[in-house]
Ligand binder design. Structure first.
Ligand SMILES: C[S@@+](CC[C@H](N)C(=O)[O-])C[C@H]1O[C@@H](n2cnc3c(N)ncnc32)[C@H](O)[C@@H]1O
Length: 329
């Protein structure tokens, strides 16, 4: 289950259409927009803080009034992974769609730029030492996407690109015993692939069953399905948000830090979307007052109350407490 079936709430976007001030370009330069989590729509830090709620754990709050349709901040992914179906058509690192013949090819995969190829080299050197066929078959057979993210994360940890505890801060899902036994099959296959590739016990000391399960539990709740909108920063945010609702399908998944602290609402005041690659953008869908919680929608909000509750409970393990659900709309 991904929360990035996310964002199909055209019913809620449509009421924004008459607002003329939404038709404005992105309010900050591409360099600000491409900085680490938290580039602000004005100069300085983003107008948000992470705090505690009474019943939904940590959350993101506005530190000042933010106008409807404003970009709140951008976020770089910590971890990306193309879907198996997109392997030949997107950049192996940033998930940008590759048009025509890719110029940057390395040992069977393609990149959109020399920079992506260079940035992926460390973990891809690790990855190309192993034979992943059994592990990938297991993912394909069960239609699992998240174990592929754990495989990439493992290669990144071995290469030194990330530390094994880099996702510890994120909330984990509660896993049933049936899920855990399926997860353990994947763990065995991953472990064997590394050992057969002659990685030392030291190299893979972090890769315990407990680590693997803990990472999958975090990815399950916090991975975003990436639906690219295309377009450019010059386009108005509402068109881009609407396009993201009508997106053609996922190119892969990614995990972020700051966006993971946004709680869900079936009538959200914020939206996450992607233009040309896995760099995320968060925007407001209506005016937000200082101190107000910013919430995005994890699911298809056009569904009815019962269906939404079932999906949120089965996929994310919570009973939604938003105002719309309280009124059983
Ligand atoms: C991606 S995390 C959001 C950040 C999280 N609150 C934290 O402390 O890390 C998703 C989790 O937040 C909680 N949550 C999010 N939206 C909620 C809502 N509308 N009602 C109740 N709990 C919610 C649930 O525990 C859910 O599994």
């Amino acid at each position: 289950m991904s929360r990035f079936a996310l964002g199909r709430y055209s019913r809620y976007l449509s009421r924004l259409k008459p607002l003329p001030h939404l038709n404005k370009p992105f309010p900050f330069s591409s360099s600000a927009a491409s900085s680490q989590d938290g580039a602000a729509c004005h100069t300085g830090p983003p107008p948000i803080r992470v705090g505690l709620t009474e019943s939904a754990g940590r959350a993101v709050f506005a530190t000042r009034r933010i106008g409807s349709g404003d970009l709140i901040h951008t976020a770089k992914p910590v971890l990306t992974c193309p879907s198996l179906l997109s392997l030949d058509s997107v950049c192996y690192l940033c998930l940008k769609k590759l048009m025509g013949s890719a110029k940057f090819r390395d040992r069977g995969v393609s990149y959109c730029s020399q920079e992506c190829q260079d940035n992926a080299k460390g973990f891809y050197d690790v990855e190309t030492r192993g034979d992943w066929s059994s592990f990938v078959d297991y993912c394909r057979t069960h239609n699992f996407k998240y174990p592929l993210m754990v495989k990439r994360l493992s290669c990144m940890v071995i290469s030194g690109a990330l530390s094994a505890d880099c996702l510890d801060i994120l909330q984990p899902a509660t896993l049933s015993s049936a899920m855990i036994s399926k997860i353990e099959d994947g763990y065995g296959l991953l472990w064997n692939a590394f050992r057969k590739a002659n990685f030392t016990e030291d190299d893979v000391a972090f890769l315990t069953k407990q680590w693997y399960t803990g990472i999958l539990a975090r990815i399950r709740i916090n991975a975003f399905r990436i639906d690219l909108v295309g377009g450019s920063c010059g386009e108005d945010l509402l068109s881009l948000a609407t396009a993201s609702v009508e997106g053609e399908g996922a190119v892969g998944h990614a995990v972020y830090m700051l966006p993971s602290f946004y709680n869900h609402d079936c009538d959200p005041n914020a939206h996450i979307f992607w233009l040309q690659n896995a760099d995320a953008r968060l925007m407001t869908l209506r005016d937000v007052e200082e101190g107000e919680e910013l919430r995005i929608c994890y699911i298809d909000a056009s569904m009815g109350y019962e269906a939404r509750q079932t999906l949120l409970s089965q996929g994310f393990g919570f009973c939604c407490n938003c105002l719309r659900c309280q009124s059983r709309d």
